[in-house]
Design a protein around this ligand. Structure first.
Ligand code: ADP
Length: 455
C-alpha cells in the first residue's frame, strides 16, 4: 500500500466507496421491499377471507355449499370449516401440512412447512338465512412468496450490473485522477531530470493551470530560477576569484625565476623581492576579503544584533583612516552625536572603512573628503563624499558587483584593490535592512549615501 501511487489509491478508494454505497442501497431496498410485499400479501389474504365469508349463504337450514364462486381467489386457498372445525369445503396448497393447526380468529400467522412459508388467516362468520343461522370458519392460506417480487428481480439485476458498474467507476476514476495528476507527474519528471542530470535550466511551465498544483509548479520554477542564478553567481565568483589569484601568483613565479636566473646585483634582487612582496600582499588582501565575503554569505544572525553607537564608531574610523593614509587629502566630519542603531559593529565598521578608503584611493591630491552622519525621525544617513576622479555614469550601477572595477588605469591596483569593497558594503547594508546609492560626476567627485530605517 505504501508503494502504491496516489492515483491508484484514489481510484481504489472511490471504487470501494461505490461498492459500499450501491451495496447498502440495494440491501436497504431489499428490506423495504420485503416489508412492503409482506404487508400487501397479508392484506390480500384477510380481504379475500372476508369477501368469501360475506358471500356465504344459507340453503334452508344448512350452509349452501354449492358455491357460485371459486374458493381459490387472489392466490389465496380458502377453506370452509363448521364450528366443530370439520372441513366442509376447500383445499390446502399441495405442500401445506395442516395437521395440528389450531384456529385463531382474525389474526395472520406465519407457518413454515419445510422450505415454504405461508400466511394463514382464520375468521369465524355467522351466516344467517330465513330459516336460521350457522357458524362457519373461513380459513385463508397464501404462500408468502406468491406475489411477484419486483424488488427481488431488481436486486438480481443490480447484482448482475454491479461488477460492470464497478469496472466503469474504476476505469473512469483512474482516467480522471490520471488527468488530475498530470501536472504532478510533470513536476516529478522535471525534478527527476534535475536530480539525475543537474540541469537547473529545466522548467515545468504549466500554462492555463491556476489551481494549487499550477501555483506549486510556478513556485518550483521560481525556485529553480533563483537556484540557477545563485549557482551561476557562485560559478562566476569562483572563476573571478581564481583569476584574481592567478595574476599575482604568475607575477611572483616570473619574478622569482628572474631573480634566480638573471639577477646579479643586490639591487636587482631587492627589486624582484619588492615585486614579490607587493603581489603576496595583494593575495593576502584578496584572501582576507574572500573570507569576509564567505562569512557574510552565511548571513549573520540578526537576532544577535546589539545597540551600536554609530557616532562613536564613525569618529573612531575617521581618525584611524586619517592616521593610515597620512594624505594631502583633508577629511572633514559632520557627525551628529548619539546616533544609535541595532547592528553588528564589526560589519558596520567595515562598511565605513571601505567607503572612506575608496574616497582616499580615488580622491585628488589636496582634495577633500566629507563624512557625515545624520538622524531623521525614522531613519539615519551615513554619507561619504569626495571631490576625486568620479565614476562614469555607465559604471555606476555595476560598481556594487563582485570583482567589478572601472577602467584599470584609474584603479590603484598596487594597493590590492580587487573590486570587492563596494560589493561588501552593499551586502552589509542589506543585512542591516538599509539601502545604498551613489551620485558621481567624472573629475568632480562621488557621493555614497547609505540609509538605514530605524525600528
Ligand atoms: P576596489 O577594490 O577596486 O576599490 P570597490 O568595490 O571598492 O573595489 O570599487 C569598485 C570600483 O568602483 C573601483 O574599482 C573604482 O573604480 C570605483 N570607485 C569606488 N569608489 C570610488 C570613489 N570614491 N571614487 C571613484 N571611483 C570609485
Amino acid at each position: 500500500m505504501k508503494h502504491m501511487s496516489i492515483k491508484l489509491k484514489v481510484t481504489l478508494w472511490y471504487t470501494f466507496l461505490m461498492i459500499l454505497v450501491v451495496g447498502s442501497v440495494l440491501i436497504f431496498m431489499m428490506l423495504i421491499s420485503r416489508s412492503i410485499v409482506t404487508r400487501d400479501v397479508k392484506a390480500q389474504l384477510s380481504a379475500t377471507v372476508n369477501s368469501i365469508g360475506n358471500a356465504l349463504s344459507m340453503d334452508d337450514e344448512r350452509l349452501d355449499l354449492d358455491l357460485e364462486f371459486n374458493l381459490f381467489q387472489n392466490q389465496v386457498y380458502n377453506l370452509l370449516y363448521n364450528d366443530k372445525k370439520v372441513l366442509l369445503k376447500g383445499n390446502y396448497p399441495d405442500a401445506f401440512v395442516s395437521e395440528g393447526l389450531t384456529f385463531v380468529s382474525e389474526s395472520t400467522r406465519t407457518i413454515t412447512n419445510g422450505e415454504l412459508t405461508y400466511y394463514v388467516y382464520d375468521r369465524l362468520f355467522n351466516v344467517t338465512g330465513e330459516e336460521g343461522s350457522v357458524k362457519v370458519w373461513v380459513r385463508g392460506v397464501i404462500e408468502a412468496d406468491t406475489a411477484p417480487n419486483l424488488m427481488q428481480s431488481l436486486f438480481e439485476t443490480a447484482l448482475f450490473a454491479l461488477p460492470f458498474m464497478v469496472l466503469v467507476a474504476a476505469i473512469g476514476g483512474y482516467l480522471i485522477s490520471r488527468q488530475a495528476f498530470k501536472p504532478i507527474d510533470k513536476l516529478m519528471k522535471a525534478s527527476n531530470e534535475i536530480k539525475n542530470g543537474g540541469d537547473l535550466s529545466k522548467r515545468i511551465v504549466l500554462q492555463d493551470n491556476h489551481d494549487e498544483i499550477g501555483k506549486l509548479a510556478s513556485n518550483f520554477d521560481l525556485m529553480l530560477s533563483r537556484l540557477e542564478n545563485a549557482f551561476e553567481a557562485e560559478k562566476q565568483f569562483t572563476s573571478d576569484a581564481s583569476h584574481e589569484l592567478r595574476t599575482p601568483i604568475t607575477v611572483i613565479l616570473a619574478q622569482s625565476e628572474l631573480a634566480q636566473k638573471s639577477a646579479k646585483t643586490v639591487k636587482e634582487h631587492q627589486e624582484a623581492l619588492s615585486v614579490i612582496h607587493r603581489q603576496a600582499t595583494k593575495i593576502s588582501h584578496l584572501i582576507t576579503q574572500l573570507l569576509s565575503f564567505s562569512r557574510l554569505d552565511q548571513s549573520p544572525d540578526v537576532s544577535k544584533f546589539s545597540d551600536i553607537d554609530l557616532s562613536e564608531l564613525a569618529i573612531a574610523i575617521c581618525s584611524e583612516q586619517v592616521e593610515a593614509w597620512k594624505s594631502t587629502i583633508k577629511l572633514i566630519t559632520d557627525i551628529e552625536d548619539n546616533v544609535h542603531m541595532k547592528g553588528d559593529s564589526l560589519l558596520l565598521g567595515r562598511l565605513m572603512n571601505n567607503l572612506i578608503d575608496n574616497a582616499y584611493q580615488y580622491g585628488k591630491e589636496n582634495g577633500i573628503i566629507k563624512v557625515s552622519l545624520k538622524k531623521q525621525s525614522d531613519s539615519l544617513t551615513f554619507i561619504v563624499e569626495d571631490n576625486g576622479i568620479g565614476i562614469p555614469k555607465s559604471d555606476q550601477a555595476k560598481i556594487f558587483n563582485r570583482f567589478y572595477q572601472t577602467d584599470s588605469s584609474r584603479t590603484a591596483n598596487d594597493r590590492g584593490s580587487m573590486g570587492l569593497g563596494l560589493a561588501m558594503v552593499k551586502k552589509i547594508t542589506m543585512i542591516h535592512g538599509g539601502d545604498i546609492s551613489v551620485m558621481s560626476e567624472i573629475n568632480e567627485g562621488s557621493k555614497f549615501i547609505v540609509k538605514f530605517t530605524l525600528y
